[in-house]
Design a protein around this ligand. Structure first.
Ligand code: NAD
Ligand code: TYD
Length: 342
């Protein structure tokens, strides 16, 4: 199969590109704009792979996408490209609407024009909003109730996917996964940020009381689930993906410190994120039942391996943290910033 992966230079996309090249015979074209979150180092070693090609470009550029689909005889799109960080969406909601919602619509329109066989929309559990304590988890029938501009832009994209399915008959499948962790995650997200700060003996900023709950899944399990949806999923269906692995943030942070042998005195409680969703958790019964998926990565081992990866690949995140991201970090977490240490 000829597959167009969008956002393949980001965290999950790069793990998926490697998965495709390792596990299948498919030809992979990776379309990525290389925003602050896109990094070709995530794909180091693949440059000359005979079944892989990188194209720097914007999913919002209909002319480029259309020409690419024709030239590469694309049969399926797996769509990861997005603005993905909630905190950034609080400061620049328009960029999220533009990339996540409008960008997805451009891709859908191009897919329709070229009569593509399959479009996999990689969405998120955050479209369901915050899960009350005691409830079992979001199912595919849970109403959409996004709370952050990021989540709203993804929910709007999901609804556009639904419209292209219902109105035009396009084969669109949506996946909604919980929080991912693993190698190549940009060090603005909880787990890599805490590992990097701890390694540099810097404060670990925990929002609010630190008791917000996330359901963590290793990126390799997410990639395998997306791939199953591509090959065995049903057109028009939504598949929730989750590890059944809920942890309060504070427990994660303490666990990382323990693995790294660093003191808990590095923890700093900072003001809460506005609109901060208290809990996410997924019921993944449908993908388990219908596609036979289940997570393979044990959490303790996966987290230890992830810590080890960040220890062994210091130059990867040090380079990122010495560039433009440093200024963004100082703006958010420095004096006068939203998460300034009390
Ligand atoms: P990421 O921020 O690491 O990567 C996003 C990639 O998209 C980057 O390489 C970036 O350069 C690219 N991109 C951004 N705008 C683009 C544009 N206009 N055109 C082309 N490329 C563009 O994100 P991630 O964490 O790998 O997430 C990937 C997808 O998975 C997103 O759609 C996200 O909503 C979804 N998701 C993420 C998680 C998670 O925990 N990280 C969980 C569930 C779903
Ligand atoms: P994040 O990795 O940004 O993912 P999301 O908000 O999409 O779930 O954050 C995970 C959780 O960690 C979330 O509850 C916010 C919290 N958090 C902190 O407490 N401190 C931080 O510095 C960051 C980045 C996140």
């Amino acid at each position: 199969m000829n597959i167009l992966v969008t956002g393949g230079a980001g965290f999950i996309g790069s793990n998926y590109v490697r998965y495709l090249l390792d596990e299948t015979d498919d030809k992979v074209v990776n379309l990525d704009l290389l925003t602050y979150a896109g990094n070709l180092e995530n794909l180091a070693g693949l440059e000359d792979h005979p079944r892989y090609r990188f194209v720097k470009g914007d999913i919002r550029d209909a002319g480029l996408v259309s020409a690419l689909l024709a030239e590469t005889r694309t049969e399926a799109i797996v769509h990861f490209a997005a603005e993905s960080h909630v905190d950034r969406s609080l400061d620049a909601p328009g960029a999220f609407l533009d990339t996540n919602t409008r960008g997805t619509q451009v891709l859908l329109q191009c897919a329709l024009q070229h009569q593509l066989g399959c479009f996999v929309m990689v969405s998120t559990d955050e479209v369901y909003g915050s899960l009350p304590a005691g409830e079992p988890g979001f199912t595919e029938e849970t109403p959409l109730a996004p709370n952050s501009p990021y989540a709203a832009s993804k929910a709007a994209a999901d609804l556009m996917c639904r419209a292209y399915r219902r109105t035009f008959g396009l084969d669109v499948r949506i996946t909604r996964c919980t929080n991912n962790y693993g190698p190549y995650q940009f060090p603005e997200k909880l787990i890599p940020l805490m590992i990097a700060n701890a390694l540099e003996d810097k404060p670990l900023p925990v929002y609010g009381d630190g008791l917000h709950v996330r359901d963590w899944l290793h990126v390799s399990d997410h990639c395998r689930a997306v791939d199953l949806v591509l090959r065995q999923g049903v057109a028009g269906e939504i598949y929730n993906i989750g590890g059944g692995n809920e942890w309060p943030n504070l427990a994660i942070v303490k666990r990382l410190l323990a693995v790294l042998g660093k003191p808990e005195s590095l923890i700093r409680f900072v003001p809460d994120r506005p609109g901060h969703d208290r809990r996410y958790a997924i019921v993944a019964a449908k993908i388990r039942r219908e596609l036979g998926w289940q997570p393979r990565q044990d959490f303790a081992a996966g987290l230890a391996h992830t810590v080890q990866w960040y220890c062994e690949n210091r130059s990867w995140w040090e380079t990122i943290r010495s560039g433009a991201y440093r200024d963004e970090y100082a703006r958010l977490y420095g004096p006068g910033g939203r998460y300034a240490d009390g």
